[in-house]
Design a protein around this ligand. Sequence first.
Ligand code: ADP
Ligand code: MG
Length: 324
Amino acid sequence: MGDKALELLNVTKVYRMGDSVVHALKGVSLEIFAGEMVSIMGPSGCGKSTLLHIAGCLDKPTSGIVRIGGKDVMSLDDGQLARIRNRHIGFVFQSFNLLPHESALNNVIVPIQYSGLSRKQGLEAAKKALRAVGLGDRMHHRPNELSGGQRQRVAIARAIVNEPTIILADEPTGALDWQSGREVMGILQELNRQGRTIVVVTHDRDIARYAQRIVELKDGKVVADRKIDSVIVPAHELERAQRDAQVKPGLQICVKCNFANRPQAKFCSNCGFSLHVTPRQSSTIMRRMLGLMITCPHCRTDNRPFAKYCINCGEPMENALKAG
Ligand code: ADP
Ligand code: MG
């Protein structure tokens, strides 16, 4: 095997909230090599997202060692971690995908604005990333003018725009129908063929099988790790999916769950979230996707970007997004 892209050694994570203690990871050791495509699979609540956030430096473990590209990241401060994320890691999430009022191009360019490139270089990089996910002809479409699969492709373009070596995807097909999910896995396979290391977290066995290796997590521990013959999405199917994508006009995309709602809807019919997005909410979404700290609306304490509850007052951090 070649170089190690990502290494976790005996990683634990304990969440404490008042009197309750959750042992989300109980000593996970995992090596992921450069150029691999790996699925991390397991039931809801077994620690998959926690693992991915720690592997991507969005959160710190309680104990253990994390190495990215051979470099120990445990002793780095938040600023140094932000730089590692920006340069080496691209994130794709099930939700909090896109800024609803911005074009695909403007969504993809966001991470570039923090990397010191000029606007012109940024535009070129964003166009290149959109072409790489097969959206060369949809750059000026807004999320509500794109199909579900195409919206997730924009999110993937945003994840690769800084040319990271590792892509971490948390349930990337969770909000998609079967065919769009398959299309997204096909795109990830293509990016893997081009040399990127890809880690996909999923609770869905069929989705896990698009990778070359499946790591199974149960109750905060690795219980299986094996190579498989991956299911391959043929190129002609991806092209056809691209051509046939039908988009009903005027749909409203929920920023929380990515569901497409009727044009008149005020609240998402899937998750109940408000469909009217304020600038403050947009800023929270942006901070999350850039891996920056988000502010608790209740006590104003800064929290890690994907914290579920405020570390100071215990309020659900979802309120940071609700607070318009
Ligand atoms: P999965 O992604 O596999 O569904 P998670 O990693 O999200 O699992 O969660 C693992 C466990 O840790 C769950 O019991 C969850 O409730 C808990 N947990 C996750 N994040 C937090 C947090 N920020 N604060 C408190 N508990 C958390
Ligand atoms: Mg999860």
